[in-house]
Design a protein around this ligand. Structure first.
Ligand SMILES: Cc1cc2nc3c(=O)[nH]c(=O)nc-3n(C[C@H](O)[C@H](O)[C@H](O)COP(=O)(O)OP(=O)(O)OC[C@H]3O[C@@H](n4cnc5c(N)ncnc54)[C@H](O)[C@@H]3O)c2cc1C
Length: 463
């Protein structure tokens, strides 16, 4: 029997590990919760109507169709049995287990509300296609609802957009909502003036894009202010509800009326990290990320690699490596290399060395900041670098072509190609919570039908 590699997660870490194993003498099973690979760095463009969801989320089966040593399976890994070397998976309407010889876990990160999970209903995060489509519905919907209001205070609340977290995602979101309000929508409403929209970017720290260093950070702030974003740093969010947000700063406590809030602050490890930590005894950090050995395996388990956003591994400066695509990609390739060495009978355990290729963030069309080695770029040059890098890493040729067309519509013109937002997108979160997994429900409904009348209807209830 060939060596069996099970990969959990088809993000950057999992996908690049698999690609690096394409010629290896192994059977790979890839298990992912969704049927697509998600290019998270462009999610904000889905939320603001520039790109379609398909452009940032190619089907995994299509991406890997030529790689014959991979079997793709849909489902969420629930637990790992490290003794039996199996993972148990909740698929759509079916549970199953898969055996492994080597396990690669690259399940990414989820949103953290720093212990205030109740904020989530009012301020969706930006981690998934569902999040981005819900935000699209909320953002475009806010202008529509504002147009119907007669009370000026209500108009103001609907035209106030608050983005919490001034890292790259928050900055990009704020910049795009500002462009939407000031470039795309003016002239399309008769009762409201989209120019009057307030876009407020809030961060508890003292600077926007604080990891980019003082110079780029202040340039980014100036650029944001130039396009009409109100930047509020050193400001802590202490409450979020349906009609506004409470903040604390040196000015004291204050309420900002806003119907549309976006949460772009804080990440936490996915639930699987806790399960894996319980199963292996591996430690986790405060965010739940798993502390790995230098070769990215778990202590005492050389057969389990943990990669990307899920791992906590110190870089050269002693600080944990950042949760960025390059860390995931390079750690994925490193794990594949270790597996190939092991199969070839070579020594393993080589430390993972991260090569920092730099950081990029866009602010608005034709304007970005880039920190590449000692080079600090801003403005148009940085934006061109941003376009080139994103096109290079965007998975799938078709996606690159259509993304370029949509960028031309939005950046050269004023339009947005993807303004459709359905009721499902706006309200699906509550519906899914109430209804549960539709595939499981269908299975339960069928079982109930086969076993006769359901009586009080309990048989169709899905846990
Ligand atoms: C909005 C946003 C913008 C970003 N912008 C940038 C940027 O500009 N530049 C940059 O370098 N980085 C950026 N990042 C970070 C970057 O996307 C991540 O660092 C990278 O995706 C991490 O890769 P990963 O493989 O660890 O996890 P992910 O890419 O998150 O993939 C995890 C995969 O695991 C699957 N999964 C999770 N749990 C399970 C389970 N239990 N069972 C089965 N499957 C599971 C998920 O469905 C997902 O497909 C951004 C992130 C976000 C959210």
């Amino acid at each position: 029997m060939r060596h069996r590699v099970v990969v959990v997660g088809a993000g950057f870490g999992g996908l690049f590990a698999i690609k690096a194993l394409r010629r290896a003498d192994v059977d790979i099973t890839l298990i992912n919760g969704t049927a697509y690979h998600l290019f998270q760095p462009l999610l904000y463009q889905v939320a603001t109507g520039i790109l379609s969801e398909g452009e940032v989320a190619p089907p995994i089966r299509e991406v890997l169709k030529r790689q014959k040593n991979v079997d793709v399976r849909l489902g969420w890994v629930q637990a790992v049995d490290v003794e039996a070397k199996t993972v148990s998976v909740a698929g759509p309407g079916i549970d199953y287990t898969v055996e492994y010889d080597t396990l690669i876990v690259a399940a990414g990160a989820s949103q953290s509300y720093f212990g205030n999970d109740e904020f989530a209903d009012h301020a969706p995060g930006m981690k998934s296609i569902d999040d981005a489509l819900e935000l699209r519905a909320r953002i475009f919907g806010a202008f529509e609802v504002a147009d119907l209001q007669t009370d000026p205070e209500a108009v103001e609340r609907w035209l106030t957009f608050v983005i919490v977290g001034a890292g790259p995602t928050g900055t990009e979101m704020a910049g795009q909502i500002a462009e939407l309000a000031h470039r795309t929508l003016p002239g399309q409403y008769r009762r409201i003036d989209p120019h009057k929209a307030r876009i407020i970017l809030i961060d508890a720290l003292g600077a926007v894009l604080n990891t980019f260093g003082d110079r780029l950070s202040s340039r980014a702030q100036r650029q944001l202010e130039k396009i009409g974003v109100e930047v509020r740093v050193n400001t802590k969010v202490v409450g979020v509800d349906s009609t506004g947000i409470e903040v604390e700063s040196e000015r004291g406590r204050e309420r900002i009326g806003s119907m549309t809030k976006v949460w772009a602050a804080g990440v936490a490890a996915p639930p699987l990290a806790t399960k894996l930590s319980e199963a292996t005894g591996a430690k986790t950090d405060r965010a739940g990320r798993m502390l790995v050995e230098k070769d990215t395996t778990l202590p005492g388990h050389p057969e389990i690699f943990v990669l990307g956003d899920m791992m906590n591994l110190a870089g050269e400066d002693g600080r944990p490596l950042p949760g960025v695509a390059q860390v995931a990609i390079q750690s994925g390739r490193h794990a594949a290399d270790q597996i190939k060495r092991r199969l070839a009978g070579k020594e393993t355990g080589q430390p993972f060395k991260y090569f920092d290729k730099g950081s990029l963030a866009t602010i608005s069309r034709f304007s970005a900041v880039a920190s590449i080695g000692k080079l600090r770029l801003s403005g148009f040059t940085a934006w061109v670098v941003w376009v080139a890098v994103h096109l290079f890493y965007l998975v799938g040729f078709k996606n690159r072509v259509t993304a370029v067309l949509h960028w031309a519509v939005s950046f050269l013109g004023r339009g947005r190609s993807e303004r459709v937002a359905t009721q499902q997108q706006a309200f699906a979160r509550q519906a899914i919570r109430a209804y549960g997994d539709p595939f499981r429900r269908e299975t339960a409904d069928r079982a109930a039908m086969e076993s006769g009348p359901a009586g009080d209807g309990e048989a169709t209830r899905v846990p």
